[in-house]
Ligand binder design. Sequence first.
Ligand code: FSX
Ligand code: SF4
Ligand code: F3S
Length: 366
Amino acid sequence: MEKRETMWESYRRRGLSRRTFIKGCVALTSLMGLSSGMVSKVVEAAETKQLPVVIWIHGHECTGCDESFIRSAAPLASDLILNNVALEYDHLLSAGSGEPFEEHLEKTIQAYNGKYILAVEGAVATKGSGIYCMSGGHPFLETLQRAAKGAAAIIAYGTCAVSGGIQSAAPNPTGSAGIGHFIGAKDVVNVPGCPPIPEVMTGVVMHVALFGKLPPLDSQGRPKQFYGNRIHDTCYRRPFFDAGLFADSYDDAGSKAGWCLYKLGCRGPETYNSCGNIRWFQGMSYPVQSGAPCIGCANANFWNQGPFSDRLPKYGPLGDIDKIGAGLAVATTAGVAAHGVLSVYQRSRRDAEAAESDEVKGGEDK
Ligand code: FSX
Ligand code: SF4
Ligand code: F3S
């Protein structure tokens, strides 16, 4: 087995300074959700660990996960696949194809047995002897099991790989399911989302690459640093939820004023993901910010829990929002004021009233 370079050696080969390397390590530390005290450990790992071999396979999916991954900005996906890992095989990103490409997969599995990271996107299609999802001439299930056997760690990227996703939506004609059912007792990091956030994808693979072990996981196998909060916990519309101010339709005054989207079907109260913190497109926005309720894309079976415009039947101790709406608004206003959020609430209410009066005027003009 050839000796591969370390990340530090890769920086030097490209003529990059020690300062740039350290800055890169600091950025990686933060990306992985580690405290600044861990920077020295990241530097040490980046200096001494050979770049890990990664095999990245695709099952039954839409390729959205890779499309998301290549938009990672910190680190850049191009940096990650060219300089931070040794990506030996990827159905989408590799230049190779055909029989030589499939032979390369076999050689890589054998040469790095027990040492490579296996990244998997997409579900396993089981019906019709696997004919609904073939990979290199084999049912995807065979490719998955062959590659999983010698993997040091397995990352399931996307809700399809984690729990079947849209591929397993009722009536599930292809018999699709998440990969966990098919790879025995192997440790799997589950990174759900349809697709997952790009920086979450790079953060997880870099954790495994640098530390040679899985990041801390929750009871569903998700990395705690990225799936420790609900969308609802970090939502900037939360003061409106707490104040009982809800948009009733996509173009009403409440919607224009940025009120809570719960009544439009928002799944934020039951969905764990980092969209509210990291956001998408280099921190630019995320569904709730663009005016669309969270549809719970990181939840198992979310495609079967539609229509997405149907609101959650109830939310925790609050019960049915319809029954408590007005009372909640009054009761929570005092609390909102105490927390200094009243100005946001008042401004928004004024905005809503102004928008409402504009709408009335617009109607009168016609
Ligand atoms: Fe599924 Fe990913 Fe959704 Fe698509 O690889 S999680 S359908 S974004 O592509 O698998
Ligand atoms: Fe935000 Fe949705 Fe929660 Fe409302 S219900 S606060 S829009 S996450
Ligand atoms: Fe998905 Fe909800 Fe985030 S729909 S992208 S988990 S806001």
